[in-house]
Ligand binder design. Structure first.
Ligand code: S3P
Length: 436
């Protein structure tokens, strides 16, 4: 078990990059596997979750060369080229892996079994399983398919028009992938702007994907999917920890280079700007079909604000770190319409409230979010990651402004999405040490 010890009092300055985007890294490996030819991936996220995707795709017969930890070549086998695995496919701790894979595998000619850690077996699968069954998929799972382990038998799929009950990129992506193996058109109607990396990448590969407003469709490709040369942008969800660290730590100025700023992901930047954060976008550009920019942040006088509705889906993974920012903002911050936080790696309403209170934060849980009063001087204390990477990093950033020492136990999970998180903060000047 790893622990991070962090103290306040030092400014953060300098420039850095953040590791490649997790969502895009998963998709590059999965979609590259069903393209024809070699997909070359630069700046791949060498984190625990994406390694699970590599292992699973290898289990399906795909040859993947790891040239360097962040440089991969995926030898695509074509849409019909995956092979029956010899074992259960272990999705580790990765919700994106198990959910997208289920969509990809229901239309194969062979059976598969998917499983993962105890944490994965607690996360809802019914939201994927029910609409896939509506397409004719033959899926077995614990509690009638509500939870993994999942078993899949070959089935003849038909297209479906489906309105997502909650905006979820994982559900949308699973259905669009199944649609590549179905007879007829699959149409997904989304209630809010969930991240659109699947649509962008599959379209760039030449797959028959169409987007009309909030309706996205897929169908069986008539021609092979083209392999791509993909440079994965820096992960805005990882950059968010540094944006908040820079905004709340006195005397700071940080430049985060090459961060993905896809409009379906930038809710956290918009929220911090609304709270008065000094954040600028510099050098806007496009890499591999995704918008990218350098982000500059300086210490800012934050004020509370209210967030809800459609903005929530564009910053769902950033709400724990937004809560940390809110403890330092003048006035009340309200987050609502975020029920989905209850079914992430942890119940992120309960876990964020529980851990931040240990530092003296004034934060109340609600059914669908939290209410925070600030600014509150935080006091260092021992806290737990609860096995949740984003909670571990949020608590470390809180420790940067808490008087005395904060110790984050179970901090090895930061590597699930942000390998090098601790070293990056140290290089920017943080008073931080790591012990195994
Ligand atoms: C992801 C979608 C989101 C997000 C997760 C990654 C993806 O989950 O929270 O970290 O890569 O598609 P939901 O689809 O469950 O909202």
């Amino acid at each position: 078990m790893t622990q991070i010890t962090v103290a306040s009092g030092r400014a953060l300055t300098g420039a850095c990059t953040v590791p490649g985007d997790k969502s895009i890294s998963h998709r590059a490996v999965m979609f590259g596997s069903i393209a024809e030819g070699d997909t070359v991936i630069h700046n791949f996220l060498d984190g625990g979750d994406c390694r699970s995707t590599i292992a699973v795709m290898r289990g399906l017969g795909v040859s993947i060369d790891v040239i360097a930890p962040t440089e991969l070549v995926v030898h695509g086998r074509g849409v019909e080229g995956l092979q029956e695995p010899a074992d259960v496919l272990d999705c580790g701790n990765s919700g994106t892996t198990i959910r997208l894979l289920t969509g990809l595998l229901v239309g194969q000619q062979f059976p598969t079994f998917l499983n993962g850690t105890a944490q994965i077996r607690r996360r809802p699968m019914g939201r994927i399983v029910r609409p896939l069954r509506g397409m004719g998929a033959d899926i077995l799972g614990r509690q009638n398919g509500e939870y993994a382990p999942i078993g899949i038998r070959p089935a003849r799929l038909r297209g479906l028009e489906y309105t997502l009950p909650v905006a979820s990129a994982q559900v949308k992506s699973a259905l669009l992938l199944a649609g590549l193996y179905a007879h007829g058109l699959t149409v997904v109607i989304e209630p809010g702007p969930a991240r659109d990396h699947t649509e962008r990448m599959l379209a760039a590969m030449g797959a028959p994907i169409s987007v009309y407003g909030n309706k996205i469709s897929s169908e069986r490709p008539q021609t092979p999917l083209r392999s791509l040369d993909i440079t994965v942008p820096g992960d805005l969800s990882s950059a968010a920890f540094l944006l908040v660290a820079g905004a709340i730590t006195p005397g700071s100025r940080l430049t985060l280079q090459g961060v993905g700023v896809n409009p379906t992901r930038i809710g956290i930047v918009e929220a911090l700007l609304e709270m008065g954060a000094a954040i600028r976008f510099e050098n806007p550009r496009e890499e591999g079909g995704e918008p990218v920019a350098d982000l500059v942040v300086e210490t800012s006088a934050l004020r509370g604000a209210t967030f809800g509705g459609q903005q929530i889906v564009t910053m769902i993974d950033e709400l724990p770190i937004l809560a940390v920012a809110a403890t330092q903002a003048a006035g009340r911050t309200v987050v609502r319409d975020a029920h989905e936080l209850r079914v992430k790696e942890t119940d992120r309403i309960a876990s964020t409230v529980g851990e931040l209170r240990k530092l003296g934060a004034r934060i109340e849980p609600t059914a669908d979010g939290f209410i925070i009063e600030g600014p509150t001087p935080l006091t260092g204390a021992p806290v737990e990651s609860q096995g949740d990477h984003r909670l571990a990093m949020a608590m470390t950033v809180a420790g940067l402004v808490a008087r005395g020492q904060t110790v984050v136990y179970g901090a090895e999970v930061t590597g699930d999405s942000f390998p090098g998180f601790e070293v990056t903060l140290q290089a920017l000047g943080a008073d931080l040490s790591v012990a195994a």
